[in-house]
Design a protein around this ligand. Structure first.
Ligand SMILES: Cc1ncc(C[n+]2csc(CCOP(=O)(O)OP(=O)(O)O)c2C)c(N)n1
Length: 340
């Protein structure tokens, strides 16, 4: 996996709005993200990556299905669980891994780690782990584009936990009042760290009603089916196109397979019930797309296996190249803290 050329060479990005997504490309892109995150999980135990990691294993379909509609000039912001969004938007792999390893050639100079990714050349405008904090920044990006007469799309990815921060309501409201066409993508994986939705929301709460009552479009879909994500995102973009200036929230139901933060699975902690775990384990986004592809074309099985093998070799080569790199020198520590 050599550093991706800029602008992005992400194959999924060739599938702009209106073009039916190619399931094989979408699957391979999800697989690439899965392989990279699995390798991060495996290598994390060596304790050379010194930053916390929030893996999105299980949530790849949302990142890939949404970004399949975007071009490099479109802008994306994310939060603490951002590897999938960064990669699906065409972010440079080598710069991301270098960031996790704290190397000077990391996408944030090795100072930020996993939770502070950025690759503006590919339209990934940043990730920040303060929950909800990137929502108003995304609104600012979309507002600037509107004021300058641009036609880039701006997308904010966030978890459902961020909707419980006041800043979500403020951003949603301002987007509606100022008529800023921001696309909010809410990945509802059902948990904020260890807390499920039930104790966090009244049984009467309807997120769709809440969003619509502000004057915003609302759509929802199966976040573990990449074709469904693509379809619903396309519908959301079409609704925004038909009614310029009205923002849109799309909520995708999904599930993370690993712990909230860290390289392991934590289902033994029993904060998620067995029935839910079994339900979602039968709905792995990669298993779904692979089964569909092979049912349509049985000969693809060997090709997909080979692709996975190559992706593993690629990420291993990137990791070894990154490990040979240098750390930022202490003299550069204040860089980026104070304006010159
Ligand atoms: C303002 C703020 N409050 C609390 C935290 C601690 N925290 C980090 S991630 C997280 C849960 C966020 O859940 P969600 O937004 O649904 O994203 P997920 O982790 O499920 O992807 C919390 C509470 C934080 N980083 N920022």
């Amino acid at each position: 996996m050599s550093p991706s050329p800029k602008p992005s060479s992400n194959p999924a990005l060739a599938y702009g709005t209106g073009v039916p997504p190619d399931l094989k490309h979408l699957h391979l892109e999800m697989l690439r993200i899965r392989v990279i995150e699995r390798r991060i999980a495996e290598r994390y135990r060596e304790q050379e990556m010194r930053c916390p990691v929030h893996l999105s294993i299980g949530q790849e379909a949302v990142a890939v299905g949404v970004c399949a509609h975007l071009q490099p000039a479109d802008k994306v912001m994310s939060a603490h669980r951002s590897h999938g969004h960064y990669l699906a938007k065409g972010g440079n792999v080598r710069a991301m891994i270098a960031e996790l390893y704290g190397r000077a050639d990391g996408c944030c100079g090795g100072r930020g780690g996993s939770m502070h990714l950025m690759d503006r050349d590919s339209g990934f405008w940043g990730a920040v782990p303060i929950v909800g904090s990137t929502l108003p920044i995304a609104l600012g990006l979309a507002l600037a584009d509107k004021q300058c007469g641009g036609n880039a799309r701006t997308v904010a990815f966030f978890g459902e936990g961020a909707t419980e921060e006041g800043v979500f309501t403020e951003t949603l409201n301002l987007a509606c009042v100022l008529r800023v066409p921001l696309l909010f993508i809410c990945e509802n994986n059902g948990f904020s760290v260890y807390t499920p939705l039930a104790p966090r929301r009244s049984p009467d709460f309807r997120f769709s009603d809440y969003v619509r009552s502000h004057g915003c479009h609302y759509f929802s879909g199966d976040g573990n089916d990449v074709e469904a994500v693509c379809r619903v995102t396309g519908e959301a973009l079409a609704a925004m196109h038909a009614d310029p200036g009205r923002p849109c929230v799309v909520e995708f139901a999904t599930w993370r397979y690993y712990e909230h933060c860290g390289p392991a699975q934590d289902d033994h902690l029993n904060y998620r019930n067995q029935a839910e775990i079994e339900h979602w384990s039968m709905r792995d986004p990669l298993a779904i797309s692979r089964a569909r592809l092979i049912a349509a074309q049985p000969g693809l099985e060997a090709e997909l296996d080979l692709a996975e093998q190559r992706q593993r070799q690629d990420i291993d080569a990137v990791i070894e190249a990154v490990r040979a790199g240098v750390r930022p020198s202490p003299e550069t520590l204040p860089r980026g803290v104070f304006a010159p």
